[in-house]
Write a protein that binds this ligand. Sequence first.
Ligand SMILES: [Mn+2]
Length: 267
Amino acid sequence: MRRLSFRSVFVSDVHLGLADCQADYLLDFLRSMQCERLYLVGDIVDLENMARRPYWHASHGAVVAEVLALAARGTRVTYIPGNHDAALRQLAGQRIAGIEFALDAVHVGADGRRYRVSHGDEYDSATAVPAWLLRLGDALQAFVCAMNRRCNRLLRLCGLHYRPLSVGLKSRLRAAVRYIDAFAARVAARARADGYDGHICGHIHYAQLYERDGVLYLNDGDWVEHCTALVEHHDGALELLHWSERRHTLARCAAEAAAPAVLPAAA
Ligand SMILES: [Mn+2]
């Protein structure tokens, strides 16, 4: 099978080392494409969880091997650690096994647009809330993930496609919507103030691509529930992909020179 060809690919929040990581779908995506640049935008290995509950599956090791294989074939790989793999921030500035570690990056698109790339936890106001509330949030998230795992095992047994449970849940919870919106507002305001055309991040496990206050807010989502990636085509056009049994376009943005407008998601 011929691989899909992209200029750049951005993935984050893979959480290798967590039972809920959708490593098989990510592996399928990585093996189906080739790219000049691959950005790992944080929370790739969940060191935080592994310290508490050691877990590793062969498919998680296969993801690491595939990333190394991409680097060996000439893909320039940049690893920007997040809050769950924060220990790797000590490696910033180093190049190990063909992978460059950095705290953040500036990506210049094929059409000349400039994007800041960072995990996004620096925009998370949750650092100001009490620890017990964070623990409650973690417990709720773990519960939703466990339900998601069970529901999808059932769907698979019935021969149906993978469907993330929390897509419906999150969009219905007004508090979650407010949180996602406030996060995007902070990210966009900073990108605009710093003169970038957009900001590429992850962290909140909610993939989105849209123009906000004159800049592009680009969240590549996660591989715990949603299985999403942001890709840049060779002309600089951006596309948000959902990848499980099928490839599905969530949103697109044309290259700057062709048409700067954000097109509605192809349903
Ligand atoms: Mn994070």
